[in-house]
Design a protein around this ligand. Structure first.
Ligand SMILES: [Fe+2]
Length: 350
């Protein structure tokens, strides 16, 4: 890692200089009122965002309006952005990193690149969704589910455990999307709960039985059309479709695994502040806002239908209630992305 030679400028000084520059420029050419992120107007906060793009595009303007800060969102995938931040090290332009699932947070955390999240943010989130290091926080959760086709199957036909999909009776009947960070997070939970050998065997069974699909939407469509009896994904894909027009979910239903089965794994989306980021104050303000009742309620009210983690926010009652889920207890800081990739490659799933 190259030593950082960048001069740290206190945010207040930087903002004042930027405003003077912008005012000067405005006198020469009339800048449009919302000229976001032009050369003359660098952002106040850079967020590397691996959560769903549509969700952040929807809620970030609320923060910008309230704080007066301008946010630059750089979209990407969990592991791709985590690895990029580690590669960039102290020279990374990222101030904040948001993920879909926690294994990507752990990669950046293990590289020692996060700083502590302020107490004001952590006070909003139950301790189960904050790693002991307090270097990042969960801000949304997603439940693992199996979708099943209601013309070929009933709820009673569904297995008690997600591990059962590796059994020969499921040959040719189950689909999933192994290249996605969502499915890989589920595998990381199986690895944490069941150990390496059991995970290896489960993946071998899935590789034997399963249909590898492009993404979770395709999993839902393939199950709904009846091409497959069942598929593994997260809860919100199906609920979103019900909310929209139901065309990809009207011949399917959700099976929630119970009794702390690995298939009831609750995956946590994380938010962390980069220690070397240039805009520490803005980063703290943003992450604290993200955990606030207001932002959590805005996310709960959005199209997303993921579970807010601030207990004062309420999700659409159509979605199975958070306190009715029976997830296994998993230390969110322990999920191992790189080992999962190795095991899945070994099983021929990647
Ligand atoms: Fe997803």
């Amino acid at each position: 890692m190259t030593p950082s030679v960048r001069r740290r400028v206190r945010p207040s000084t930087r903002h004042a200089a930027r405003r003077r520059l912008a005012l000067g420029a405005a006198a020469v050419v009339a800048l449009p009122a919302f000229s976001s992120c032009s050369l003359l107007d660098p952002p106040d906060l850079v967020v590397y965002n691996a959560q769903h793009e549509e969700l952040l595009d929807e809620i970030v303007p609320l923060f910008e309006e309230e704080s007066g800060l301008e946010v630059k969102l750089r979209p990407g995938k969990d592991l791709e952005l985590a690895n990029q931040i580690v590669e960039e090290g102290e020279d990374s332009p990222a101030d904040v990193f948001l993920t879909e699932n926690s294994p990507a947070m752990t990669i950046v955390d293990n590289a020692g690149l996060f700083t502590e999240v302020p107490d004001a943010a952590l006070d909003n989130i139950p301790a189960d969704y904050v790693p002991q290091s307090r270097t990042w926080t969960g801000f949304l959760a997603r439940s693992t589910v199996a979708m099943y086709n209601t013309e070929s199957m009933t709820a009673e036909d569904m297995p008690a455990s997600i591990l059962d999909f590796a059994d020969p009776e499921w040959k040719g009947r189950v689909g999933f999307s192994p290249t996605g960070a969502d499915f890989q997070a589920i595998v990381s939970a199986v690895l944490e709960l069941e150990g390496e050998q059991a995970t290896r065997e489960w993946l071998a069974g899935l590789a034997e039985n399963g249909e590898v699909l492009q993404n979770n939407l395709v999993v839902m469509q393939t199950v709904d059309s009846g091409e497959l009896d069942a598929g593994i994904a997260y809860h919100y894909y199906w609920y979103r479709d019900r909310e929209e027009n139901g065309s990809d979910s009207d011949s399917s239903a959700l099976h929630f695994f119970a009794d702390e089965d690995p298939g009831a794994f609750l995956s946590v989306s994380g938010a962390g502040i980069l220690a070397a980021g240039e805009h520490q104050d803005a980063a703290e303000e943003f992450v604290t806002w993200l955990t606030s009742t207001e932002a959590q309620q805005a996310m709960a009210d959005s199209y997303a239908l993921e579970y807010p983690l601030n207990p004062d926010a309420e999700l659409n009652p159509e979605v199975k209630a958070f306190d009715e889920l029976e997830p296994p207890s998993v230390d969110i800081a322990s999920l191992n992305g790189p080992q999962v990739t190795e095991l899945m490659t070994e099983a021929g799933l990647l």
